[in-house]
Unconditional design. Sequence first.
Lengths: 456, 456
Amino acid sequence: MIDKVISYIDQNKDKAVDRLKDFLRIPSISTDPERKGDTRKAGEWVLKLLTDCGVKAEIIETKGHPCIFADTGPVDGAPTVLIYGHYDVQPTGDESLWKSPPFEPTVRDGQIYARGSADDKGQVLTHLLAAEAWMKAGGKLSCRVKFLIEGEEEIGSPNLEPLITKLKDRLACQYVALSDTPKFDKTTPAITYGTKGLVYKEIILTGPKQNLHSGSYGGTLTNPGNAACTIIAALRDADNRVTIPGFYDDVKSLTDEERKRLKELPFDEKGYLEAMGAPALIGEKGYSTIERRWARPTLDVNGMYGGFMGVGASTVIPAKVGIKVSMRIVPNQDPEKINKAFEETVKKLCPPGVKMEILTHSYCAAYAAPTDSPGMRAAAAALKAGFGKAPVFIREGGTLPILPLFKRELGADSIMIGFCMPDCNAHGPNEFFGLDDLHNGTRTAAHFLSALAKAR
Amino acid sequence: MIDKVISYIDQNKDKAVDRLKDFLRIPSISTDPERKGDTRKAGEWVLKLLTDCGVKAEIIETKGHPCIFADTGPVDGAPTVLIYGHYDVQPTGDESLWKSPPFEPTVRDGQIYARGSADDKGQVLTHLLAAEAWMKAGGKLSCRVKFLIEGEEEIGSPNLEPLITKLKDRLACQYVALSDTPKFDKTTPAITYGTKGLVYKEIILTGPKQNLHSGSYGGTLTNPGNAACTIIAALRDADNRVTIPGFYDDVKSLTDEERKRLKELPFDEKGYLEAMGAPALIGEKGYSTIERRWARPTLDVNGMYGGFMGVGASTVIPAKVGIKVSMRIVPNQDPEKINKAFEETVKKLCPPGVKMEILTHSYCAAYAAPTDSPGMRAAAAALKAGFGKAPVFIREGGTLPILPLFKRELGADSIMIGFCMPDCNAHGPNEFFGLDDLHNGTRTAAHFLSALAKAR
């Protein structure tokens, strides 16, 4: 049966690219209120694909963007897997930095360039196409497969928790499988077993009621721009350690076994640096690049704005400035505790003469899964079959808020199967997904359902 | 003769308001390349007013926006005064903060609201209308009056120095008079005898070649946003003193006489704070608000930008951030020396892993004039006649790059006659100029020419 499924996938290889392009043309930016309609449209696109191949699927409304839920129905003696993914995408950022428009998918050198190509439309599509292939080639699936494809991942999934709690029974599964992580390198697929958590804050400082002439008023009031810099600068020391009291208290250190495995990975530091295009690899003192990336908490400015931001000079004291800053946290750190410690610290650091407002954009825990479960073994076998090479087990610096939530509500561990390139420019300009990875990913997703049916 | 002139001004009071509105409708933002044509148009407006009343005037081209020059011709036994002003304006900033559009002049409660109303179109117009009144009421002027009205004051007058050097002989004068400073308060006119200088810099930090996913890359490279905050924070200490080595070395302290005069001014701290709308009056330790404002050097952030600046959250590490920062310097500080010290300091403060570019937008020395010259006495008498109250002598935190230049090239001291309100919102939203101040200012400008003719 699996041979027929794979053969169907191989025969429809080119058609799959066209369908990905259709999906990518929908500008489903979930953070942008003006894109509300487009975001829904991307969800409806997923619904139609599933419905068209005979899978029972439906739209589940939330307070924000809707979820697509599907269920292929029970299969005797086989486990149930919930495929999770998201159809929403990040904002484009400065569009002038894109070589081709972010919502006009363009193939160059075997890669498809568009916002959402890797994160997550291209990757989620592999699972949809695999299910379709099983349905079309054989009329049924080897396991019970449920789909939960949401539209608010890029804004921290604010409405998913109540939905999952409410639909607990319908979502019941042994494993969650998802593809929203990268391969290890061009030729090596990867299973990601741990992610960082996220606490994303924004500090807004206001001083005078409006921008003031810096000559007429300078020296007589606290400048919100200077104050913001003073606060942010004090959050890290010269060794790039975060100075928030208690920040590292609950950090779960890497085991010796994990550290050994990380050291053995053929990590190409030079290639990594070149892909980033930064002058040097720098970070928290005492840890390797991979350790800092996957297993150490961080604090980063994500954006800053205020005062005169145009070309040239305007001599104003800004009425208001804002700094967006986020912390990536690791297993065992409590996001609520970190959030509170952050707020207390910046309040203490805030100089007199400005008012501070603190926004919380999202916060979520880290996650780590056992690497020796039957599901993990099935995923490893599927990747070997799909890509022709055994995967490595890695961790990830990014955040998937859904993972700790699934564990808590459904009792299910998550299996993260990575198909995209590590330097795929997710969240930056010129995001891309390889056409080979689309194809091999779809084959892997199909093999996974076959292997999982037999896994014990 | 002066009676006839004043009577002419009084009769044409309403017409003067209409003419100011015409002038203000021209969006002559000199820093904006798209407003190049409009900026020139404002210069031509000035030219036409002078030419129409029989004064010989001409456009002098520069590499940037042109200057308007006029000369009423020699008057036996009377001194020559050069009236300096500018027809260009600041950018509008966020237009949503304006109660009426910045280039649709609107009168509310006896004040005209528009960008450039106080700085400097409304004020420069008083001198143009005074000259017109002398010409129309008497056919000639009491002194030889030259006009130099430029279009690049708001961008630091980059092309004025070569022009003045070149036209030294044609510009020759005993005094320069200008109105680009405020009154002391609503009812008290002022003569400003000192201004601060300006060194305006922009630091641009670049890290990775493009915005990166803060999860996938965080912790492995220097974040330009964090780096920028670290640098800016280190430029001032907790007492709000600038930490750049040598920064205060050449500062000319206030004399005991000046300090006494400042203390005696009926400065309304509470009103000043309310006008700013800031939570508190704060600044360099050990100095009064007025001392900090007029006689102590400052360092202020004017603008900051980089990374994700939209509403909500995007988890990027910014590829590039910029901070605009300017220093106001005081008499005897050398702008070149301060500029160099700033650059050396920020280079030393820049952490590894980012590239720093430093831009210089403008730099210029401070200025202080003697307060006991015949010209100053004529100005004081004119203000008393025009406003019905003797002026106070004050200093100013703003910068007029032209003043040290006139002193050096023409040997002439400058007399700054202030007609606008101290809280006129120059450079901010809702800039305004009082209609009474337009009228009394025009009367003062006319009296000044009469008094100056007799001053010894």
